[in-house]
Design a protein around this ligand. Structure first.
Ligand code: NAD
Ligand code: MG
Length: 397
């Protein structure tokens, strides 16, 4: 592997930033950092999907060259909203790729789900610094994505908090001396809930994460713990370790964001308040650091950090993801696609909370493993798994 630790850019110049998924939680946090340090950054391109009002107001504030809305039906509104400015407006899939292709130093990959794969790949292919929040694109197309990063000479910086933590303390010069990685997990809102209680939870309860304020999909993934399963696969691709060297540990306070254990017995961790602006800032300022408006960590006030092993019976998504990673081939793509469909159906109140992992497991059971090598083949596996997941959902209703 895997994460490239070198950066050729002149870190003294104003860094040019593009944000894919500007209207989401990662996007808004990034813009908050840029707003606070506008002498360090310019914004070159912004994209959203449906929240056209927010995209217009962001574009007017940050003055990018291009603003793109994913949903074609909203193009007229975007164009009208930006009339009288120099900002080009566009919509649709091709325009999202154009936004990723706008000349900028760093691209924040903050689109949720596999919808982010093609635009993030585009940014990678032109050799940008890719600050990756969109874990689904690594889960779905890990080897292919990393090959493209390597081929183009792009720099990949993880901003998922756990992976950013590991990146900060991983010694790439002597990875053979790493014993294992520990991904910490808050345990989500149902850490102590019984299966009976979980069977009745509503979307509103599932998106109410105890520590982090995030988009709906990742919040539900945190509640099922599929998020940690996806992060296990993400860590496997980002760092030069094997699957069996990646552990998952429940740490309800979300203060230790992850750890690297070395063979000499040393454990290096990164700590901080649960605030995504810290890992995002680490990528924005890389290889320097920058000030963020977040609170400093106050351990005396927190008093106690606790840990427990994850309960694999109540959170079967963890085993599902690990088995999928072990088997490899197309299974991670299928896992991700089926989970995306199941989470959407849960948010639409078509299936129950426990059905999310059930549907995902059923789709995996019914799909033979294969070895997709091209983007087309990966997209084909993704599509087929989505169709099957919809069928499984219909069968449940
Ligand atoms: P979000 O739902 O708040 O925002 C998603 C963004 O993607 C929005 O701008 C939305 O307009 C855009 N989008 C959605 N569907 C799209 C489509 N089909 N085409 C184009 N754009 C589309 O999500 P988020 O919480 O910001 O998460 C974004 C990504 O970052 C996810 O992959 C998530 O796993 C990862 N992540 C998020 C956090 C967090 O704190 N929010 C932490 C770690 C990792
Ligand atoms: Mg995370």
């Amino acid at each position: 592997m895997k994460v490239s630790p070198d950066l050729t850019n002149d870190s003294r110049a104003k860094r040019r930033v593009s944000i894919l998924g500007a209207t989401g939680s990662i996007g808004c946090n990034t813009l908050d950092l840029v707003r606070n340090q506008s002498d360090l950054f310019t914004i070159e391109a912004l994209t959203g999907n449906k929240n056209v009002d927010l995209l217009i107001s962001q574009a007017k504030e940050f003055n990018p060259k291009l603003a793109v809305i994913g949903d074609d039906a909203l193009f007229g509104e975007l164009k009208d909203g930006l009339s009288g400015t120099d900002i080009a407006a566009a919509s649709g899939q091709t325009a999202l790729l154009e936004a990723a292709d706008v000349d900028s130093d760093i691209v924040i990959a903050g689109i949720v789900g596999v919808a982010g794969l093609a635009p993030t790949l585009k940014a990678a292919q032109r050799g940008a610094i890719v600050a990756l929040a969109n874990k689904e694109c690594l889960v779905c197309a890990g080897d292919f994505f990393l090959d493209e990063i390597e081929r183009s000479g792009a720099t990949l910086l993880p901003i998922d908090s756990e992976h950013n933590a590991i990146f900060q303390v991983f010694d790439f010069e002597q990875s053979e001396n790493v014993d294992h990685l520990t991904l910490t997990a808050s345990g989500g809102p149902f850490r102590n809930a019984s299966l009976t209680e979980m069977s009745a939870v509503t979307p509103e309860q599932a998106v109410a994460h105890p520590n982090w304020d995030m988009g709906a999909k990742i919040s539900v993934d945190s509640a099922t713990m599929m998020n940690k399963g996806l992060e296990l696969i993400e860590a496997f691709y980002l760092f030069p370790v094997e699957e069996k060297q990646i552990e998952i540990l429940i740490h309800p306070q979300s203060v230790i964001h992850s750890m690297v254990s070395y063979k000499d017995g040393s454990v290096l961790a990164q700590l901080g308040t649960p605030d995504m602006r810290t890992p995002i800032s680490y990528a924005l300022a890389w290889p320097d650091r920058m000030e963020t408006p977040g609170r400093q960590l106050d351990l005396a006030q927190i008093g106690k950090l606790t840990f427990e092993a994850p309960d694999l019976e109540r959170f079967p998504a963890l085993t599902l993801a690990r088995d999928t990673l072990k088997a490899g081939g197309s299974l991670p793509t299928i896992l991700n696609a089926a989970n995306e469909v199941a989470v959407r159906c849960f948010l639409e109140e078509r299936i129950g909370f426990l059905d999310i992992t059930r549907v995902t497991a059923d789709v995996l059971d019914r799909t033979p493993n294969s070895e997709p090598n091209t983007l087309d083949e990966i997209c084909h596996c993704d599509e087929a798994a989505r169709v099957l997941a919809e069928e499984m959902v219909s069968a449940l209703i």
